[in-house]
Unconditional design. Structure first.
Length: 345
């Protein structure tokens, strides 16, 4: 990271506040934290007992008085107090408990959020101790993090598939020419697997099991070894109500995810249809860039390429693109100031 300037001294922070994971970047240091966006709360004491990785392990496994909550849904804050508490915890953790000068914070948020939702994110960060909060649309941050030439007058297309939202955007000259945000992404793929297991195998599985199936067996496009990859899945049998183990194949997993994947592909096609001709020509030359955790789904690049006829690339580190983008903006603050979509002081 060679863009260190005087802003590094104040240890400013870039945050990718995601539905599934929160990543934190500190100027001059790089990415210092990557944890699940989960908080475990003791309902009797009204206090948090775990945040991040530790809290995620508790999902679906807590006693009656403890609940594991994900404060963000579809890329926006669903539970304000818990989100603020989580942000405070992560900021304190990256500063190793030391209270420093209030940092400037840059946060990546979905481009399709409302003014009220933007305000909620800004206020949560302000309450968590920021002296100044700036917002940047996730597709813009992801494009900067993926190393696309944002400053040039050429068309770049980015598809950022996160946990709660999929962002499709055409960018040029540090700005968004057009964008679309659909609230279908990694979580909906998990839900589709859960519903499939219930409908086809009469098996009730939890959120974490569905995610494991997606990671180990999930694919968006047929491959040679489709019928070879299998996995044993444990859950509750609907009819008997007893624990049961079922063996499933990767072809079944792909079939279960067809509907959410087609919604993502349609969003990409709609954006391409609205793209001005000159920029569309650039995109045909340069291809489509995929970022976000959803880009790790096996064969998703082949699926998008097959459906659009345009070469599709996966970013070098898709999970970190948005947070790397916020970090590069922090370290080149003056040159990239035009990319922000909101601020609070």
């Amino acid at each position: 990271m060679g863009w260190i300037n005087r802003f590094s001294l104040s240890r400013d922070i870039g945050i990718d506040l995601g539905t599934a994971n929160t990543l934190v970047y500190i100027s001059g240091k790089g990415i210092v934290l990557q944890e699940p966006s989960v908080v475990a709360i003791d309902q009797d004491q009204k206090t948090s007992i775990a945040v991040g990785e530790e809290a995620k392990r508790m999902l679906g496994r807590t006693p009656a008085n403890v609940i594991a909550v994900r404060p963000l849904r579809d890329g926006v804050i669903a539970d304000f107090d818990t989100a603020e508490l989580m942000l405070k915890h992560f900021i304190r953790k990256v500063h190793e408990g030391k209270t420093l000068v209030s940092p400037r914070i840059v946060i990546g948020i979905p481009s399709g959020v409302t003014g009220v939702e933007r305000r909620a994110v800004m206020e949560a960060a302000a309450h968590a101790g920021a002296r100044e909060v700036r917002l940047i649309d996730e597709p813009v941050a992801a494009a900067i993090g993926a190393g696309l030439p944002m400053a040039e007058p050429t068309g770049n297309m980015i598809v950022d598939i996160g946990g709660g939202t999929t962002e499709v955007a055409v960018l040029s000259l540090q700005g968004t020419v057009l964008s679309e945000s659909v609230r279908v992404a990694g979580d909906e793929l998990n839900d589709a697997i859960t519903q499939y297991m219930k409908k086809v195998h009469n098996l009730v599985i939890g959120e974490r099991t569905a995610e494991d199936i997606k990671i180990k067996l999930g694919s968006a496009y047929p491959t040679q070894d489709d019928n070879e990859a299998t996995m044993e899945v444990r859950g509750l049998h609907l009819l008997s109500g007893l624990p049961r183990t079922v063996t499933i194949k990767s072809a079944e997993t792909r079939e279960s995810m067809t509907e959410p994947l087609s919604i993502i592909v349609e969003a990409v096609k709609r954006t391409l249809e609205r793209t001005p001709p000159e920029l569309a020509a650039d995109i045909i030359d340069r291809g489509i860039m995929l970022a976000g955790g959803g880009a790790l789904l096996n064969g998703i690049d082949t699926l998008i390429s097959h459906e659009t006829g345009i070469v599709t690339h996966i970013a070098a580190d898709p999970l970190s693109c948005v947070v790397l983008g916020t970090g590069r903006v922090l370290e080149n603050f003056k040159q990239l100031e035009r990319v922000f979509s909101g601020q609070i002081r």
